[in-house]
Design a binder for this molecule. Structure first.
Ligand code: SAM
Length: 450
């Protein structure tokens, strides 16, 4: 590959050896693998996985890259488009955490949400995920992708990692998928090549140390810290392990992946090269604190929400499959949220420690005697299964997702969930001889539908 920065190329020649670095460079001009993770809690298109990603049971390589935007299954959150190597984080988590009890998970650098969706899919029943993104204009896409994934136990925050300081030892798993110099993305993203410099690598290294300094104390005794990047250099990878050894009392954990996966497994860390594994460049390690920390946490009720009395939550309850599991809250804009009651203590601890946190999931807004269901609820797995629904074909689904109103023959009056392949997409309200499409304008597909 001719446009690689000279310093990067030289370093890779040293890192891999002259001969292997040629194979590496050739791979950078080769085909870009396309992979998705299927949502185990939704219907995929019913087909079995043809070419599984070895380290993630719901991961699949596709033969070519479709126009994902024009696939209603994608819009319904039946799958997420995710680079295969990065799915390894799920395998690592499962190696080092027990499967027979719930986990409390913090995904500290979470947008756009690929690893959060993956973690939410592999966590044992009853687990809780807090998904955080510090950059405000990336927070919206994180919330949208998690809304599409549709699970009740994924909460989001928009905070600097240092704001988590009062949650020492609170989480069983903290994932730091660190912002990095992106060398592993050179094949997929030509801009990553343009933006690369040795100075940027150093800047990233320093930022990663700051994030690790905030993240490491949050891991409980017996818990796990997973650190990952999509870059190859030692500064942002092995040197972060060294930094952790020097500044925090952690033991790096080892688990041996099958050799046929061709992952570069050395000194308890894992490196993915595109000439060896079918995926982009990636690096990860897992570590555990040697000492227990944490203990007592302050608790506080969420100030920005009003909890509804039983007499006020009936309309919201009527939209959920197991309404008795939740407490109901109304935010200042009038949206009712459902919050699993079993997480009340955790909610109060997180509110006391973090202030603002987006808890639970939106159910709907009461207007007069009716409830206008939330757009997110159309995509949510906690939605009641026997609500009035209307199944559509691909073309109609796409027109509805464009916020158009194609003919829906014999649609009755009232609210209907539009479904495609068994998955909820959006709400319409039949008005007799016409209907209104309640898909949010901000989510609508802007592409031409063929
Ligand atoms: N985990 C994500 C996924 O799987 O979709 C990708 C995360 S990306 C590699 C790193 C994220 O860290 C970005 O969303 C970026 O905005 C965020 N970030 C940037 N600076 C940060 C900082 N100082 N602390 C924490 N996160 C930061």
């Amino acid at each position: 590959m001719s446009n690689l920065p000279a310093e990067f190329r030289q370093r890779m020649q040293v890192q891999l050896g002259q001969k292997e670095s040629l194979s590496f460079e050739n791979a950078l001009t080769g085909t870009i693998p396309v992979s998705i993770q299927r949502n185990p809690y939704k219907n995929s298109d019913g087909t079995r996985i043809n070419r599984p990603v070895p380290w993630h049971a719901d991961g699949e390589y596709l033969p070519s890259r479709p126009v994902f935007t024009l696939d209603p299954d994608f819009q319904a959150g039946a799958y997420y488009v995710q680079e295969a190597s990065s799915m390894f984080v799920g395998w690592l988590a499962r190696q080092h955490l027990p499967q027979n009890r719930p986990w409390k998970v913090l995904d500290l650098c979470a947008a756009p949400g690929g690893k959060s969706c993956l973690l939410a899919s592999i966590m044992p029943a009853g687990s809780l995920l807090v998904s955080n993104e510090v950059i405000k204009n990336r927070y919206g896409i994180l919330k949208y992708n998690l809304a599409k994934w549709g699970l009740a136990n994924c909460w989001t925050t928009n905070l600097d990692p240092e704001r988590f300081t009062n949650l020492t030892g609170f989480f069983d798993l903290v994932v730091v998928d660190a912002p990095c110099s992106g060398e592993g993305m050179f094949r997929k993203d030509p801009n990553a090549i343009k933006e690369w410099s040795t100075e940027h690598v150093e800047l990233c290294g320093l930022r990663q140390e700051r994030i690790l300094a905030a993240a490491a104390p949050l891991v409980s005794k017996d818990g796990v810290l997973i650190y990952s990047t999509c870059t190859y250099n030692r500064r942002e990878n092995e040197q972060q392990i060294e930094w952790l050894n020097q500044h925090q009392d952690f033991e790096v954990l080892d688990a041996v992946p099958p050799s046929e996966w061709k992952i570069n497994h050395e000194n308890s860390s894992y490196r993915f090269y595109p000439h060896q594994t079918e995926g982009e460049g990636f690096f990860a390690f897992a570590a555990r604190p040697n000492k227990g920390t944490g203990g007592r946490y302050k608790r506080k009720r969420p100030g920005h929400w009003v909890q509804l009395k039983k007499s006020e939550s009936g309309l919201a309850e009527s939209l959920l499959e197991n309404p008795e599991l939740y407490d109901y809250y109304r935010n200042k804009a009038g949206m009712i949220y459902a919050m699993e009651r079993r997480w009340t203590e955790e909610m109060e601890i997180l509110v006391a420690a973090l202030g603002r946190i987006d808890l639970g999931f939106p159910v709907g807004e009461v207007k007069g005697k009716q409830i206008v269901p939330a757009a997110e609820l159309a995509l949510h797995t906690a939605r009641r299964k026997d609500l009035a629904s209307y199944s559509v074909d691909r073309k109609t689904a796409l027109r509805l997702l464009k916020k158009e109103t194609p003919p829906l023959p014999s649609l009755e009056r009232g609210w209907h969930l539009i479904t495609y392949n068994g998955n909820g997409l959006l709400w319409v309200k039949g008005l007799g001889n016409r209907y209104n499409n309640y898909y949010p304008a901000g989510w609508r597909i802007r592409m031409e539908v063929q």
